[in-house]
Design a protein around this ligand. Structure first.
Ligand SMILES: Nc1ncnc2c1ncn2[C@@H]1O[C@H](COP(=O)(O)OP(=O)(O)OP(=O)(O)O)[C@@H](O)[C@H]1O
Ligand SMILES: [Zn+2]
Length: 606
């Protein structure tokens, strides 16, 4: 619109906008604002992709959505609402994940600019690679509360989204979660794992039963308990899900096992309690708080701390509701934990608090637990709007060919001493020559124990560590196919160790992802002590190992990625603090370390 009003933009920009084709990835807080800005500026051809549907909780800041849209495709509704501002725009909406095979390199190549308005690292990494492969400039955006940033990523000119290793995400040792919690968050993580074990995608790393391999318990490891009556409910030898299903998800039986038998089992691991206050097992029939229900029922239920008795009631009700939900799905399907899904959130609140009570940890309200479990930094509509505005201004500068002007801009939560709220970098940040994604010859080392790591683990390492979708790997110089993305082609070797298939220390693999048009040379590095695997870049520090990239479910807002400010993963801030020089200008220095998204908690094996 604006672009067509004579005198608003110079001719060059008016023409460039008229001939442009833009892709917006994500139609959430920032994506809606970007789309509205593009449409009102007069961009004539836009595609928008979002995999999600509209939730009530989006309505306070995603202004293209209204109550009647709840449950509908974000991309489609965003398109329809934006068209009401300017019906002359050609908008194509995709209700889909950008990671789908349908959006390959040739798809990306048709756009002049891609604008990212995502909320998770996996999707951001993927779009980064697609834009590098297609050689299309990417404008990456993000906010966290009042902070935000906009950054241009252009192949060979600026650093890419993966040029710097991400800050490690917050993690808790598995044995703390399973055996010796001492903070509410440990119980919340345990409760989320329990949800997955009972109703979600079962993950062996999210075991919730006592960990007999805890080094601290060495020596006693519950051996007495194993033979005693208290272990009768111990279900480690069969899947927790299978056991729960056999009991028909009977809440009393589940309660007796999780909060009675398992706790007695832990107590039998006496070394754990030599310097700690031991937990107290609970029994369904004598729950604290049963006698003063009236007093407890004052105040908003979400903001009041429930008694253990109330938690047990909520536990029973949510178990049944979740069981019904699971049963209504096709065989083999599972639930996905969602902070905005009532029964899922009730279940986690109740279980976390019951466990907290057992371990003498303060209980929390549902409201507080939701924020901790969902890793929520409140999304601020104005921050999203500002960042979206800056992103579209950067898009205009790019179209005019003023690439040098497209430096990263940081929105600060407070004005700095120079009165600045927006702090731009002075120059573009060049690519990291050792980046394992955008350097001309990407290379990375995989530290692992070749005697133990199986091909299946190797596949996981490439998917989780290198963020590949469908890796293929061959031995450098020999062409021998080690892993194939073709279903069934190398599956028969899945359980073989790298040593068994003849791979040794120093051996190099060429690993590629066809969809991402991305190939990296992976050097194998034998480490006897290594329990799983760890990627090491030449650039510096060890990169994330297994599980650490697990993603951002639950993070709120569109988390900023790179840049300056912040605080992850969920929690806890991993926002980068930008240094300023005496003029109050940010120092462009070495490439900025990006922030990581707030994502799920991460559990390390102890
Ligand atoms: N792989 C993906 N493909 C397409 N869209 C994605 C993908 N991953 C995330 N998104 C979308 O990116 C958007 C990010 O927006 P935003 O951060 O505002 O999140 P939200 O889900 O709308 O809000 P909240 O997390 O606070 O509930 C979401 O609409 C989400 O569905
Ligand atoms: Zn890079």
């Amino acid at each position: 619109m604006v672009a067509r009003v004579a005198g608003v933009f110079d001719e060059k920009l008016t023409e460039a906008i008229a001939n442009s084709k833009i892709l917006v990835v994500g139609a959430g807080g920032i994506g809606c604002e970007i789309l509205k800005n593009l449409v009102l500026t007069g961009f004539p051809q836009i595609e928008i992709i979002d995999l999600d549907t509209i939730d009530v909780s989006n309505l306070n800041r995603q202004f293209l959505f209204h109550k009647e849209h709840v449950g509908k495709s974000k991309a489609q509704v965003a398109k329809d609402s934006a068209l009401s501002f300017n019906p002359n725009v050609n908008i194509v909406a995709h209700h889909d994940s950008v990671i789908s095979n349908d959006y390959g390199v040739s798809y990306f190549k048709q756009f002049n600019i891609v604008l990212n308005a995502l909320d998770n690292r996996v999707a951001r990494n993927h779009v980064n690679r697609m834009c590098l492969a297609a050689n299309v400039p990417l404008i990456e955006t993000g906010t966290a509360g009042y902070a935000g940033q906009v950054e241009l990523i252009k192949k060979g000119v600026t650093q890419c989204y993966e040029c710097q290793p991400k800050a490690p995400q917050k993690s808790f040792p598995g044995c703390t979660i399973r055996n010796t919690p001492s903070e509410p968050i440990h119980c919340i993580v345990w409760a989320k794992h329990l949800f997955n074990q009972l109703f979600g995608e079962e993950d062996p790393d999210q075991d919730v039963s006592p960990d007999t391999a805890d080094p601290e318990a060495a020596g006693d490891a519950g051996s007495t308990a194993l033979t005693s009556e208290t272990s009768s409910g111990n279900v480690e030898r069969k899947s927790t899900r299978a056991w729960a299903a056999e009991t028909n998800y009977d809440p009393e039986k589940l309660f007796a096992k999780l909060f009675g038998d398992d706790i007695r089992y832990l107590l039998s691991m006496e070394n754990l309690w030599k310097k700690r206050r031991p937990p107290t097992p609970l029994s369904w029939d004598s729950l604290p708080g049963k006698d003063n229900i009236e007093i407890q029922h004052s105040g908003l239920p979400d903001q009041r701390v429930w008694s253990v008795y109330e938690c047990a009631q909520v536990f029973a009700a949510s178990c049944k509701a979740l069981q019904t939900d699971l049963k209504s799905r096709p065989e083999g399907d599972h639930l996905v934990w969602d902070k905005d899904e009532k029964s899922a959130m009730d279940f986690v609140t109740a279980c976390a608090n019951i466990r907290s009570h057992i371990f003498n940890i303060p209980l929390k309200s549902r409201f507080e637990i939701k924020s901790m479990a969902g890793n929520i930094i409140p999304a601020i509509a104005t921050a999203n709007a500002i960042v979206a505005g800056l992103a579209v201004l950067r898009a205009q500068a790019l179209l005019k060919g003023e690439i040098e002007a497209c430096t990263s801009v940081y929105l600060r939560p407070k004005v700095n001493h120079r009165g600045q709220l927006f702090v731009p970098e002075k120059t573009l940040t060049p690519p990291n020559p050792k980046c394992y994604v955008c350097s001309p010859k990407p290379e990375v080392a995989l530290a692992c124990n070749l005697k133990h790591l199986t091909l299946k683990d190797l596949n996981t390492a490439f998917k989780e560590g290198l963020n590949m979708q469908a890796p293929d790997a061959t031995v450098e110089g020999k062409g021998l196919v080690v892993l194939s993305s073709e279903p069934g082609e190398t599956d028969h070797n899945n359980e073989k160790t790298l040593e068994e298939i003849g791979l040794n220390d120093g051996c190099a693999l060429l690993v590629d992802d066809f969809l991402q048009n991305y190939e990296v040379r992976v050097r194998l590095q034998q480490e006897d002590e290594e329990k799983t695997w760890r990627l090491v870049t030449d650039a510096d520090s060890p990169m994330l190992g297994p599980k650490e990239e697990k993603t951002a479910n639950g993070s709120s807002g569109s988390e900023p990625k790179p840049g300056p400010s912040r605080s992850k993963e969920d929690s806890d801030s991993d926002m980068e603090i930008i240094e300023e020089d005496d003029d109050g200008e940010p120092k462009p220095k070495p490439p900025k370390r990006r922030r990581t998204e707030m994502t799920d908690e991460v559990v390390e094996l102890c």
